[in-house]
Design a binder for this molecule. Structure first.
Ligand SMILES: Nc1ncnc2c1ncn2[C@@H]1O[C@H](COP(=O)(O)OP(=O)(O)OP(=O)(O)O)[C@@H](O)[C@H]1O
Ligand SMILES: [Mg+2]
Length: 320
């Protein structure tokens, strides 16, 4: 899908020449709505003032205008969610992973973060009656742990209703080689949201490159700045694109941590206030995992137990 010049000419602040330039440089109205006036002005070689007017008009056109609390309540109660395939976990999330927000899963190695992300790449494609939103997935793999074979195993589960070969085509995977690359991949997703009907963006994990590239106290300020920019970008994609943004986060030791066993999610405050929901995963001796919501603007702190089975995330262990 590309933007048509005629469609752009419906905007009052757009001349034919500007419309032609936009059609060449932008793939969707959403990507214009997500731009900063500064970027749009330099891309189209127009004044900052005109760029601001165009962005305002586009934002209005795609429904991004200020609203009242009662309208927001309506939106919030109707907010679509994506099932995790565990009714226990969906239960503490009021239905599943919400679109339009950032959800973070943190926990130690093997706690199930990547397994959950893989599962969501499949469930996002289900139709509404089955807990999905009929969308596709974009998976940014920064730890080199994405496994297509594991995904195929989950897609072949007898209780997963879609054709495995078809669903794998709707999962876009990009490896992030460093922090800068990770941020630029996120930026590229913007223009694909409409074209590819992306409804979930996964970053597994948000932290690893930032933590390995910025070592020592003197790099801390720069690191926090970059993380904040990255987080802002993710937030924009979630809100404006109505995408579920799911990120995983590593944990690190902190003797003062209140959460669990003296560990807490990495990246500190610069990142910590961004996710709407933060969920901490704990291992047990079995396939069971305990998920605890610990920071959410509207969900209470509660826990749920789910299992990592050969078929994916489920309420019960399968096969024994
Ligand atoms: N094919 C499978 N069948 C059943 N369980 C599996 C399968 N593959 C992985 N698991 C389970 O999932 C666990 C790994 O979980 P996952 O990869 O999600 O951890 P993680 O939280 O992402 O860890 P890390 O921080 O190392 O990335 C394994 O320890 C195993 O218990
Ligand atoms: Mg992992």
């Amino acid at each position: 899908m590309t933007l048509s010049v005629e469609e752009l000419l419906e905007l009052k602040s757009v001349t034919r020449k500007i419309a032609e330039e936009i059609a060449q440089n932008y793939r969707s109205l959403i990507s214009i709505a997500l731009s900063s006036p500064h970027d749009l002005a330099s891309q189209l070689n127009i004044s900052l003032n005109r760029a601001e007017r165009i962005i305002d008009e586009v934002r209005e056109k795609v429904g991004l205008i200020p609203t009242t609390a009662d309208e927001l309540l309506e939106i919030e109660t109707k907010r679509p969610t994506i099932t995790t395939m565990s009714t226990n976990l969906d239960g503490i999330l009021n239905g599943g992973i919400p679109l339009g927000m950032i959800t973070e899963f943190s926990g130690s190695f093997g706690s199930g973060k990547t397994q959950l992300c893989l599962q969501l790449c499949l469930t996002v494609q289900l139709d509404k009656s089955e807990g999905g939103v009929e969308g596709s997935a974009y998976f940014i793999d920064s730890e080199n742990t994405f496994s297509a074979a594991r995904l195929a195993e989950m897609a072949n589960a007898p209780d997963y209703p879609l054709e495995p070969k078809k669903v794998l085509k709707n999962i876009h995977v990009a490896k992030a080689f460093n922090a800068d690359h990770q941020a630029s991949l996120v930026q590229q997703v913007e223009s694909l949201i409409e074209e590819e009907n992306i409804r979930i963006l996964i970053v597994d994990s948000i932290a690893s490159h930032f933590r390995s590239e910025f070592i020592g106290k003197e790099t801390l300020v720069r690191r926090q700045q970059l993380i904040m920019q990255h987080a802002q970008q993710l937030q924009k994609i979630a809100e404006i694109g109505q995408v579920a943004v799911v990120v995983t986060n590593q944990v690190l030791a902190n003797p003062d941590a209140v959460l669990s066993g003296n560990i807490e999610p990495a990246l500190g405050f610069a990142w910590g206030h961004r996710p709407a929901h933060r969920i901490f995963l704990r291992k047990t001796r079995s396939t069971a995992r305990i998920a605890r919501i610990f920071d959410s603007p509207y969900l209470p702190e509660r826990e749920a137990v789910f299992h990592i089975t050969p078929y994916g995330i489920r309420d019960q262990p399968i096969g024994f």
